[in-house]
Design a protein around this ligand. Structure first.
Ligand code: MN
Length: 722
């Protein structure tokens, strides 16, 4: 913008505001920084051009006003720039990337953070869960400046509520009082808090505000004389005692008067006829001396003294409070504190920008926030108290927690690094047990997806779904962990019992018996001999592969059930195969080495503790040792075997663009899923690919292979095995 253009718009409100900002900033920023702020202003004005506030002012006046309130706290240059740019992402076509390119990462992150908080507000039905929303705000703002910009934003919005409809005013004020004033309080920013509260009070109860305001103004005149009288006697006495300090008469805020009237059911005069003073001095020792002196001057009211120096409030507030009976019997409320305590109580976390920025230029905001916390720790160390104090801070400033939404808008609190599965279990165990995937902010994600603050998660469940042991690798909450474990344990146990009973029945049939032939007495004798308590425990042991079913069958066929079996008898066995349905669950697994599918000749192997592993009859892993070991058993596919079985095919393909896509679509048209593709060998003309796909049985696989063979790009196709 040229100098001429600048003069031309000199009269405009935004130019006046920018001048005001610039004057404030030039007290603590150098010329290059001032220039950066100017760049941000130009950019913001350009992109908000044509937008107007409800007040009729050009939109850019709003961000400038926010920047001014932050400049009064001596916010650093990036914080000021972020304040000027804070509504661009939300309200214009400017993106985070645009800001990143022009103004750097720090500013872009700040603006992005403020935008996220703005969006968060739209998402919540705040009232019911205000506490969680507040925590979420703090947790989302990795950088404390984000919160401070947001508070400045809210303050200016509250100041310009004037032109809105009353209901809308009330709604915004309610949200402010629910969410923002407690945050300002938590961060010790009492100055902003009082301003916000006063504006909210006015917007929510305009009549009460006006009446109270009028009453205060009227009472003020009558009080002048008595305030002077008290101030003078305090001054004189403290001077006699050689104590140097500042004494100020203190006006109560309308909102706090109102709150007190409500809470204690007092009349206006009960509260307002209290005369309030604040005494500031150099150090803590002097504070207590002053306390002794004023108690000596006027009689204190018993039970009203509070020592917030020794026992600070949770946000670090420190002061001595006492109430005295003054001349004519009027109550005098006195706060005594050091200058440093006063700064902390007015500006809280922002005190660190306000009073330290001259000498330490390049301290980033994290350090500032940490400084604040360190100060609080220091206060606590000397005060030595209250666990709650620190706990609050930890939650708010160094969040180990994240806050996310259910589709209904309920907030769920989870530890950092939680996955979709953790969320599902947090909502309900049944949802955890049956989750298959999820949508995060409408985007489909896998179960192991990590959650971030403020997202909305919709869990997708299926009746057939059940917990997968692999989930244990990434869940972080105890609820999810125990949920998965107990489900798996219970399920595996049930499956093992069912399989064990089938195996034993089959073996008994092979020797001309049946479970029905086993009397109660035989059962008891057997269980005693093998030291098990219940028949289900025996089935479970068999199903898990820990006990050989044919040995148990043999033992049951002996005259003396409790006698041990002679091993040579077991050498020759003729067995009917066990049928595999594919729905046995965790106790029957399909070997990964040879990946047999229904229709293939198969053989089973007892894997102790895990159940039966099904191999292809020709699998190299099974043929060698098979005859020697009693751990093998005959199995066959049931004619109605169900499920999806992964198997691998090897393809030699013409190497040309789109080949793999054609293969993939052919396979998926045949109702099969591709699990993985490995391209093992590729020259310019031919590539060799290994594809793992799921099929129902051999027929299904044969059909798929036939379809693939029809493609001219397929030169050769074989099924791999082992
Ligand atoms: Mn704004």
């Amino acid at each position: 913008m040229s100098a001429q253009a600048l003069t031309a718009i000199g009269e405009r409100p935004e130019q006046l505001l920018f001048d005001e900002l610039n004057t404030l900033l030039s007290k603590y920023l150098d010329a290059p920084h001032l220039d950066q702020v100017f760049q941000a202003y130009q950019y913001g004005a350009e992109h908000h051009n044509g937008q107007f506030r409800k007040t009729g002012e050009p939109y850019i006046c709003h961000p400038l006003a926010v920047a001014i309130s932050l400049a009064k706290m001596r916010m650093d240059v990036h914080g000021i720039m972020a304040a000027i740019l804070h509504d661009l992402i939300e309200d214009t076509d400017v993106s985070k990337e645009n800001i990143l390119e022009l103004f750097g990462e720090d500013v872009a992150e700040l603006v992005d953070g403020v935008t996220k908080l703005t969006q968060l507000n739209c998402k919540t039905k705040a009232e019911a869960q205000a506490e969680n929303v507040r925590k979420m705000c703090l947790a989302m703002a990795k950088d404390m400046r984000v919160i401070i910009v947001k508070l400045g934003d809210r303050l200016h919005n509250m100041k310009t509520l004037g032109v809105m409809r009353p209901e809308k005013k009330r709604r915004i004020a309610k949200e402010t009082i629910d969410i923002y004033t407690p945050i300002a309080n938590r961060l010790g920013m009492n100055n902003i808090r009082h301003q916000l509260e006063s504006l909210c009070f006015e917007a929510m109860y305009p009549m009460r505000y006006r009446i109270l305001d009028g009453a205060v103004k009227k009472a003020r005149g009558n009080r002048k004389e008595i305030i002077e009288k008290i101030t003078n006697s305090l001054k004189t006495r403290l001077h006699q005692e050689h104590v140097s300090c500042d004494i100020q008469g203190r006006e109560k805020y309308l909102y706090s008067i109102y709150k007190k009237m409500l809470a204690k059911n007092l009349s206006f005069s009960d509260i307002f006829d209290v005369y309030a003073f604040r005494i500031q001095c150099a150090d803590v020792g002097t504070c207590y001396r002053v306390l002794g002196i004023v108690h000596n001057l006027f009689k204190p009211i018993p039970g009203k003294f509070k020592d917030y120096i020794a026992l600070p409030k949770a946000n670090g507030y420190q002061s001595l409070h006492t109430i005295l009976i003054g001349p004519y019997g009027v109550p005098i409320e006195i706060q005594i504190r050091t200058h440093q305590m006063h700064r902390m109580s007015e500006s809280g976390i922002a005190a660190h920008w306000l009073y330290k920025s001259d000498d330490e230029e390049h301290i980033n905001s994290k350090t500032r926030a940490n400084e604040w916390v360190r100060d609080l720790l220091e206060i606590q160390k000397t005060a030595g108290n209250s666990l709650e104090f620190l706990d609050n801070l930890k939650i708010d400033l160094f969040p180990q927690e994240i806050f996310v939404f259910t589709p209904q808008g309920t907030i769920i609190k989870l530890p950092r690094n939680s996955s979709v599965v953790d969320f599902a279990y947090a909502v309900h165990t049944d949802i955890g047990n049956s989750c298959v995937s999820a949508r995060i902010d409408k985007r489909l994600v896998p179960l192991q997806a990590k959650l971030e603050n403020g997202v909305t998660i919709e869990v997708i469940t299926a009746t057939w779904a059940r917990p997968n042991p692999l989930w244990l690798n990434y869940v972080v909450t105890t609820k999810a962990r125990t949920g998965i474990r107990s489900y798996l344990k219970h399920f595996k146990q049930q499956e093992a019992i069912n399989l064990g009973r089938r195996l034993l029945e089959k073996e008994l049939q092979d020797i001309g018996m049946s479970l029905d032939d086993v009397s109660e007495i035989m059962q008891q004798q057997l269980l005693q001999a093998i030291k098990l308590e219940k028949i289900d425990a025996l089935y479970e042991e068999i199903g898990l592969g820990n006990k050989m079913p044919f040995l148990i069958a043999k033992q049951l066929s002996q005259d003396d059930v409790s006698a041990p079996i002679k091993l040579e008898d077991t050498e020759i066995r003729k067995e009917t195969p066990l049928t595999i349905k594919g729905s046995e669950g965790m106790v029957v697994t399909i070997a990964k080495c040879c990946r047999p599918i229904p229709g293939d000749p198969i053989v089973g192997y007892f894997n102790p503790g895990k159940g039966i592993v099904v191999h292809h009859h020709e699998c190299p892993n099974s043929t060698n040792e098979r005859k020697k070991s009693t751990n093998w058993l005959e199995v066959e596919w049931s004619h109605d075997a169900s499920g999806e079985y992964p198997t691998e095919i090897r393809l030699e393909l013409l190497n040309q663009p789109g080949t793999l896509a054609t293969i993939a679509s052919t396979i998926s048209k045949m109702d099969s899923n591709i699990e993985s593709v490995i391209i093992s060998d590729q020259d310019t003309r031919v590539s060799v690919d290994y594809i793992t796909l799921t099929v129902k049985d051999r027929l299904h696989l044969a059909n798929i292979m036939r379809q693939l063979k029809k493609l001219f790009i397929v030169l050769k196709i074989t099924r791999t095995r082992g």
